[in-house]
Design a protein around this ligand. Structure first.
Ligand code: SF4
Ligand code: SF4
Length: 370
């Protein structure tokens, strides 16, 4: 399975377009007319925040698809209670839809189809079965809960609206949540014709929304989201076999690691000192530690969402909390959290449009997580 990697230092439309031409989309989409583009539109963030797929990348993909005669729709279901209208506007998608005269679809409306793995049932947007193929336009970022987010995780947005938060409630443990992500992937992967990832400016640190933009200067593409993530996460400095949803997703694709092909010059490439968070990995380490070590860890290894002074009292985090343990009282500077009931899913941290929620870490957590 090929993973294409191209050095593209800035959002230069022509260079991105040339990269798309090398992917032979005409061949990949040869019997397919109606194409759904699924960018990462996590929330109402401006492109320079590097949370969402950059509109210049989406513009180049739309232009190329139109040039090869495809009909396009563009859609997503942003997380939490964020206004979809605001998301379209801030991320630049509204302007693109107007420029190209294509429909924007909100997965919260338009209906769902229920699909089930052995253990988990998912309501998935109907749109992916109403088109001939889906192109996954993901973003290259770290993730405070799952460590890394790229192609496979972007497909979590196919679950409409707040239902996404419910899975955190039902599967609070990191390992269980990884099964949610890989389980969903097994159900939708055959609808995805190709995955194209914007890593020109990605995110490091407290991703997926409150981290620091980083100019990785690279774009990726592959027919397999799991192969793409295996390669891209490794280039960030992760051990991809430790990211719990990657190996099961490769299994869904019937792929061995040895079958992943990348250009020679990228074989052993790693970005220098990426700020990666390993909260999920340490939860796993804890799970396998002897009890005495576990007790010491539990006492000193703590992390939880906390607030800085950027809060604008928009209430989005309160409405997005799957455990409903956040309250915002009149006169308070920011919401408060009932930490006894908080499951540390970090949905609030992820959904805050103003980066007002950070991950507070004890000294030991800071030392280990970096
Ligand atoms: S307060 Fe935040 S981290 Fe805690 S359960 Fe609610 S959304 Fe999750
Ligand atoms: S922390 Fe404040 S600004 Fe951020 S989502 Fe919550 S209420 Fe809105």
């Amino acid at each position: 399975m090929k993973v294409h990697i191209e050095k593209i230092e800035s959002y230069d439309f022509d260079k991105i377009y040339q990269f798309l031409e090398t992917l032979q989309l005409e061949e990949i989409l040869k019997d397919k007319k109606k194409i759904l583009l699924k960018p990462n539109l996590l929330g109402a963030f401006l492109p320079e925040k590097a949370v969402t797929t950059n509109p210049i990348v989406v513009d180049a993909v739309i232009t190329h698809l139109k040039n090869i005669g495809k009909d396009i729709i563009l859609g997503d279901s942003p997380g939490g209670s964020t206004s979809v209208k605001l998301v379209w506007e801030r991320t630049g998608m509204k302007q693109l839809a107007e420029k190209h005269n294509i429909p924007l679809v909100n997965f919260k409306t338009g209906g769902i189809i229920k699909k089930k793995t052995d253990t988990i049932e998912f309501p998935i947007t109907k749109y992916i079965w109403e088109v001939d193929a889906v192109i996954n336009l993901c973003k290259y970022k770290t993730h405070s809960l799952m460590s890394y987010t790229g192609a496979v995780k972007n497909l979590y947005g196919l679950i409409p609206g707040l239902k996404k938060s419910d899975y955190h409630k039902e599967h609070p443990d990191h390992t269980q949540f990884a099964k949610v992500i890989s389980g969903l992937y097994s159900l939708v992967k055959d609808r995805i014709a190709i995955n194209i990832m914007d890593g020109i400016v990605g995110m490091e640190g407290e991703g997926p929304s409150a981290g620091d933009p980083r100019n990785f200067g690279v774009m990726f593409a592959s027919k397999s989201a799991s192969a793409l993530d295996f390669v891209a996460s490794s280039m960030m400095g992760f051990q991809p076999d430790k990211l719990e949803y990657i190996l099961p997703s490769l299994e869904s694709d019937n792929l061995e690691i040895s079958e992943i092909e990348i250009p020679d010059k990228w074989q052993n490439f790693k970005f220098h000192k990426v700020k990666i968070k390993k909260i999920g990995l340490y939860i796993k380490i804890l799970a396998y530690s002897p009890k005495i070590l576990k007790d010491v860890f539990k006492k000193h290894f703590t992390y939880y969402p906390d607030f800085n002074d950027k809060c604008r009292k928009c209430n989005i985090c309160v409405e997005s909390c799957p455990m409903q343990v956040m309250t915002l009282n009149k006169g308070d500077a920011h919401p408060s959290i009932d930490y006894d009931k908080c499951i540390k899913c970090m949905c609030c941290h992820e959904m805050c449009p103003y980066q007002a929620i950070y991950v507070h870490k004890s000294f030991l957590a800071k030392f280990i997580i970096k």
